[in-house]
Design a protein around this ligand. Sequence first.
Ligand code: FAD
Ligand code: SF4
Ligand code: SF4
Ligand code: SF4
Length: 388
Amino acid sequence: MNRIELVDSDKCVGCAACASACPTHSITMKEDKEGFLQPRIDKKTCIGCHKCQKTCPIINKESESKGETKAYAAINKDDSVRAKSSSGGIFHALAKWTIEQKGVVFGARFDEKWEVMHDYCETLEGIIPFMGSKYVQSRIGDTYRQARNFLEQGRWVLFSGTPCQLAGLRAFLGKQYERLIQVDLICHGVPSPSVWRSYLKDFVTDGEILSISFRDKEEGWLHFQNVTTTTTTTTTTTIREHQMENPYFRGFLKNVYLRKSCYDCSFKTLHRNTDITLADSWGIDHYCPEMNDDRGTSLVIIHSKKALQLFTSVANLCYAEIQNLSEALFYNSMMIESVSLPKHHKRDVFLVSLKLFGFKKSCRYIDTDILFVRLAKYVKKRINAIVK
Ligand SMILES: Cc1cc2nc3c(=O)[nH]c(=O)nc-3n(C[C@H](O)[C@H](O)[C@H](O)COP(=O)(O)OP(=O)(O)OC[C@H]3O[C@@H](n4cnc5c(N)ncnc54)[C@H](O)[C@@H]3O)c2cc1C
Ligand code: SF4
Ligand code: SF4
Ligand code: SF4
């Protein structure tokens, strides 16, 4: 029997590079008790080739890119595109260029159950479901293998995702492709798919879901809202909440249920092996106010010559101004820093409570630090009483 060990579940980013690389399909990505996908090896079919270990981007750390890094504040000229995008709509401009080259675009979209998955498209309409940030970890599925097939056919492939997903893709491909465009994000971290599922079950109960936006800009980019539209046979309902009013988003921003690897992320580097990093130009008012009309401005960080050429090719679609990178990152430290754990073991207690009682009944743990202080005191008192 083979004894193949992958990384500890605390370190695993869930990129699925190991599963994609396994020649005998012996690895499946299964949800752990917190709802995050983790690789599980079928020892009966594993042939002990170690390919999974050799492919894992956590076991085999890459060195940082040595390329010159440039930063731009940028806005898509098409207002309707920008309205659907989380920041300035630059992802759409890059994806449009790729489709016009008869290429393929990979990104994250909702599936029929409103969970998040990676997929690809070959048409302009196909880009639409990938637009807008979905603050849930997406399932990579078979997309690395699909991307490799398209690249081997000599087609342009734009692959977008979190930095760890792009690291997984590079590790899986194992070689460079001239026609691969890697677009990653400044990444806060990703919540567990089961937390999202539980939130939907408890809070979105009014009929069938028609649409979900985490970053609706009707009241502006800075004061973005979470908007969910549902329908029944008789009514259509829209739930519109400010980012801090929505319990799911509040828990995300307070880091209550991110993947463990996100609290000590290995991919928070300035010089990256991707081509382009996209983000929100938070703080733009301080360093380039003329690029802020509160309808969304992207921060575009260029890491390679290929990326600079591509960004120049989409210049007709965007307004862009070069920026001082240090100044831009002063307002967006998530490029280089991980989030910190919430205090008082809030995360662990929330996730246990979620499993027992569901999202609604566990919500108080998102907000009330004092509960944990009381709980800790109570447990200490009980232990002391038992020990005595
Ligand atoms: C989980 C997550 C955390 C983020 N954290 C930050 C942050 O801390 N600071 C910051 O400035 N920006 C962050 N971003 C990036 C930001 O929200 C925008 O996605 C980015 O600015 C691109 O915006 P856009 O207007 O160009 O295009 P959009 O149309 O808004 O971008 C869509 C892109 O995001 C990708 N995407 C959407 N959801 C996911 C997902 N679940 N997993 C992988 N890829 C996804 C799509 O594939 C597509 O490439 C985060 C994005 C995600 C998904
Ligand atoms: S050792 Fe080889 S066969 Fe076994 S799980 Fe890893 S990649 Fe698959
Ligand atoms: S390749 Fe990715 S999913 Fe597999 S063990 Fe490594 S980090 Fe985890
Ligand atoms: S914070 Fe790091 S580990 Fe977490 S999803 Fe983002 S890139 Fe991956």
